[in-house]
Design a protein around this ligand. Structure first.
Ligand code: CP
Length: 310
């Protein structure tokens, strides 16, 4: 069993690049270990408390934090902006102070504005751990962990990986965190593909190969991660129609045939069938989409174990 007391102490988990490589490798190793026998970790944090503070919609992240914490024996409280005193005008900071006063061990925050999880971490009392469950277009670090684990379970090493990430990269916090993590882990090759309006105009593209044609991008790839159009974060751009977008940028069975045989297909979800991915591909044996969801549970168990260790 991994000695989950060996890596340097981790107090918060707000961005991938705020962690050392050793801390990230420890989280990946522990996630792998939990995935092989989750029952060994049942009730390891009995009586501790997680509060999920979500200002945006979520299925996978919120539920998997809750299931992960409950498997560890933790109490879980869910707070959403809708239905809470946020609707009466309470600020994020005041809401955080209110929740913190109730004595949780961990607070997982999802917020539409970049940097808010990091800001709340600076306000946290000693012993309270803030987790970024997604902030605007900036970061979704637990998604990056679960994606790295899913890839590592299906390729021999990160060095052998030729990963294509395609779609709306510009508005994707998943893309930023996954790319940051894979670069830190010396991944073989990252190719980014998408319409010019969906390519990030920042350092995300550094060290990657950028394509404006999906057929060219995926030739010879051994993993492809498709991203949905993040409509809720797009302003000032025309959103392409589903049929036109699918024709040019959708991952179809024909396109999957251009990759290396057995190429793995990932998608952080939620998927939009017939837009960025066809049902035939999403439901194919090459699809790891449900493996990603399972690993999300194990990655969040690993993170909660690590943050709350004595
Ligand atoms: N991948 C992801 O963050 O999904 P949810 O928005 O459903 O949590």
């Amino acid at each position: 069993m991994t000695d989950y007391k060996t890596a340097e102490a981790l107090h918060h988990f707000t961005e991938i690049d705020h962690c050392s490589r050793a801390q990230l490798e420890h989280l990946i190793d522990l996630t792998m270990e939990i995935s092989s026998d989750p029952t060994r970790f049942e009730n390891k944090r009995k009586g501790k408390m997680l509060i999920n503070l979500f200002y945006e919609a979520s299925t996978r992240t919120r539920v998997s934090f809750e299931v992960a914490a409950k498997r560890l024996g933790m109490h879980v409280i869910n707070v959403t902006a809708t239905g809470s005193s946020v609707e009466k005008g309470e600020t994020l900071t005041d809401t955080f102070y209110t929740i913190q006063a109730m004595g949780p061990d961990c607070i997982a925050v999802r917020h539409p504005e970049e940097g808010n999880a990091r800001k709340l971490a600076t306000l946290a009392e000693p012993g309270i751990h803030v987790i970024n469950a997604g902030d605007g277009i900036a970061a979704h670090p637990t998604q990056a962990l679960l994606d790295a684990v899913t890839l590592l379970q299906h390729v021999d090493s990160f060095e052998q990986l030729k990963l294509v990430m395609a779609g709306d990269i510009r508005h994707s916090r998943v893309a930023r965190s996954v790319i940051t993590l894979l670069k830190m882990l010396d991944v073989g090759e990252i190719r980014l593909a998408g319409p010019p309006a969906f390519m990030p105009g920042d350092a995300t593209t550094d060290g990657t190969r950028v394509f404006d044609n999906l057929d060219a991008a995926i030739e010879g790839a051994n993993a492809v991660m498709m991203l949905r159009i993040q409509k809720e974060r797009i302003t000032g751009l025309d959103i392409p129609g589903a049929e036109d977008y699918h024709r040019e940028w959708g991952l179809t069975a024909r396109r999957l045939g251009l990759t290396e045989p057995g190429c793995h297909v990932l998608h952080p979800g939620p998927i939009n069938r017939g837009v960025e991915i066809s049902s035939e591909v999403a439901d194919s044996p090459q699809s790891l989409i449900r493996n990603q969801v399972k690993n999300g549970l194990y990655a969040r168990m690993a993170l909660l174990l690590t943050l709350t260790r004595e």
